[in-house]
Write a new protein. Structure first.
Ligand code: C2E
Ligand code: MG
Ligand code: MG
Length: 554
């Protein structure tokens, strides 16, 4: 057999080219005859196995195979001899007796008459196959496992391979504010929670920083959704690390083999694109990949570029939405809501650009400008004798955790000479992920004399214990509960429970998104303090808002 191979190839000048490729390849390369004896063995193979070329050419591959892997490797060899391509991971034993895990790809050399002549293969040491921190497989090892799963995939009815790309929301803030050692501990604990949600034949790996990859074998779309839900649910409970109570949520992107991609790399890339979408959908959710997402990525880059210019050109204005005191039936406050007016795009709604501004850091100058404008406007209305007790300004998480947040607000209060009682800062539940840190910031803010309001209440965590720790003045019940309050008993129950709880805690409640008289009726019955919504007024431009305000009584 050895002779036959030589005479077939050596007369061909291409042989020299192929042989050089083989000899100098940095992966171990070898060829076997049908009995499993080595007939070619390159330098990298010598380095990997510890056997010299001369020794290897006198032996079969069997002495290299570790005892427990013999059966599996033998079956694979049979399949290759029958003409199949195979990629697999296995552990080999070097001449010096050391175990080395390798990833091996083999190809049968098939002649015109379909006879298999020989087998060529490459092997690579996957020594650094695990992530040191979590002990999970690393990206390379994971990709190899995915490749194997793809190669072994035979279409069972309706079942697929599922790829999840999981990214922790706002993990950066944990590293920045609590330090890397807490961040590392959190990642380890997260890896344990992820592993507890998947089955034995699934694989979870650490892709890098706060990103994890999960391969789900033999699943339907529905099953993948369920597993994603199960994973999200394990994050509901806070992580207790060195006395810090940390809330964190995952954003998950999902792609499927075979519909979305035909190789491991592409499958992971598409799950990543879907994960990006999950972030844009407000984080803490799971999204499946679909082709339209590729277009959304280029749209997003465009918005990002234009947003940079918009700051320079000052294309932002504020609109104001009245907040009504339901006891007195009068406007008691307004919420300042940002508007971006772009000459080409027209009016861009905040949901479209705030998340991008937040991710890129542009929210810092934008947020400061909003605060300044809102305070100046409030002062102007009050000075012209109009009655308004407070103006609410939304701040984003990135602003919230800026070290200079409190001095910045204090400076704006001084510069605009506004009474701090007339300013309300709106934060969301999700910003309080680190309860201690959030509590400190909120107390410092409170020290300035401003009011604090929890926006979109009910959409964040289930833990309410923090409400007692934070110096809060208002809870704003999220629009999604108010929406069906008059139609859906569950939503009514949630809303009335929040109202009761808030009354017990001595907080005022503002209902958001009130659109009908039926909704208003239920809110009144349950002694809701204030309300905001299209039933009273849409957000208005400055001059329209001014028309609605009545003269101050004092
Ligand atoms: P939000 O703070 O919860 O503001 C209320 C949103 O609900 C506003 O949307 C408002 O127009 C809308 N809304 C009010 N009443 C009704 C109603 O009856 N029905 C319906 N369907 N919607 C109603 P908008 O102005 O598009 O703002 C969306 C979000 O963008 C805000 O939600 C807030 O989270 C964010 N945002 C707005 N301005 C700023 C800002 O200056 N800074 C930051 N960081 N975020 C902002
Ligand atoms: Mg708000
Ligand atoms: Mg809201």
């Amino acid at each position: 057999m050895v002779l036959q191979v030589k005479t077939t190839f050596e007369v061909n000048p291409l042989f020299k080219i192929y042989k050089s490729l083989f000899d100098y390849h940095h992966d171990a390369c070898f060829a076997l005859n049908l009995e499993g004896n080595f007939i070619m063995f390159n330098d990298a193979a010598v380095k990997l196995t510890g056997y010299s070329k001369e020794e290897a050419l006198q032996m079969s591959f069997m002495p290299l195979v570790e005892n427990h892997a013999i059966d599996g490797v033998f079956q694979l060899f049979e399949r290759i001899v029958q003409g199949n391509h195979e990629s697999f991971s296995t552990t080999i034993q070097t001449k010096q007796g050391k175990d080395v895990t390798i990833f091996c790809s083999t190809i049968p050399i098939v002649m015109d008459d379909n006879r298999v002549l020989a087998i060529v293969g490459t092997a690579r040491n996957t020594l650094s196959s695990h992530d040191d921190l979590t002990g999970m497989p690393n990206r390379q090892q994971f990709e190899e496992k995915v490749t194997i799963a793809i190669n072994l995939y035979k279409k069972p009815q309706g079942k697929l391979l599922g790829m999840m790309y999981l990214d922790l929301d706002r993990f950066r803030l944990i590293n920045e504010h609590l330090g890397y050692h807490i961040g590392d501990k959190l990642l380890t604990r997260v890896s344990q929670r992820i592993n507890s949600c998947i089955r034995n034949n699934d694989v979870a790996a650490r892709q890098g920083s706060d990103e994890f990859l999960i391969l789900l074998n033999n699943v339907s779309r529905q099953e993948i959704s369920l597993i994603a839900k199960r994973i999200s649910n394990t994050f509901v409970k806070p992580f207790m690390i060195e006395g810090h109570e940390i809330f964190i949520t995952p954003s998950i992107g999902i792609s499927l083999y075979p519909p979305d991609a035909d190789n491991a790399d592409d499958l992971i890339r598409k799950a990543d694109i879907a994960m990006d979408q999950a972030k844009k959908e407000g984080r803490n959710n799971a999204q499946f990949y679909h082709l339209k997402l590729e277009k959304k990525i280029s749209d997003r880059l465009e918005i990002e570029n234009e947003l940079r210019k918009a700051i320079e050109k000052n294309e932002f204005i504020l609109h104001y939405q009245p907040i009504i005191d339901l006891g007195k039936n009068e406007i008691t406050g307004v919420e300042a809501l940002i508007r971006w007016e772009n000459p080409f795009r027209g009016k861009v709604p905040p949901d479209k650009f705030i998340p991008i501004a937040e991710e890129t850091g542009m929210i810092i100058p934008i947020g400061e400008m909003v605060l300044k404008k809102a305070c100046m406007q409030m002062k102007q209305w009050q000075d012209s004798g109009l009655f308004l007790s407070t103006i609410s300004v939304n701040i984003s998480i990135r602003q919230f955790y800026q070290p200079n947040l409190v001095p910045m607000i204090s400076q704006i209060i001084n510069e605009t000479a506004i009474d701090p009682k007339s300013l309300t800062i709106e934060i969301t539940e999700s910003m309080t992920m680190d309860v201690e840190k959030a509590s400190k910031i909120l107390h410092d803010l409170k020290g300035l004399g401003v009011n604090i309001s929890i926006d979109d209440f009910g959409t964040g965590y289930s833990s309410l214990s923090y409400l007692k720790k934070f110096p809060i003045d208002y809870l704003k019940i999220d629009r999604s509960f108010i929406n069906d309050i008059a139609k859906n008993k569950d939503d009514e129950n949630i809303a009335t429970t929040i109202l009761l709880m808030a009354q017990n805690l001595g907080l005022s409640v503002i209902a958001e998104g009130v659109e009908t008289n039926d909704q208003l009726g239920i809110l009144r019955e349950n002694r809701c303090d204030e309300a905001q919504g299209f039933l009273f007024s849409k957000p208005l431009a400055e001059d329209e808002m001014k028309q609605l305000l009545s003269p101050s009584r004092q």
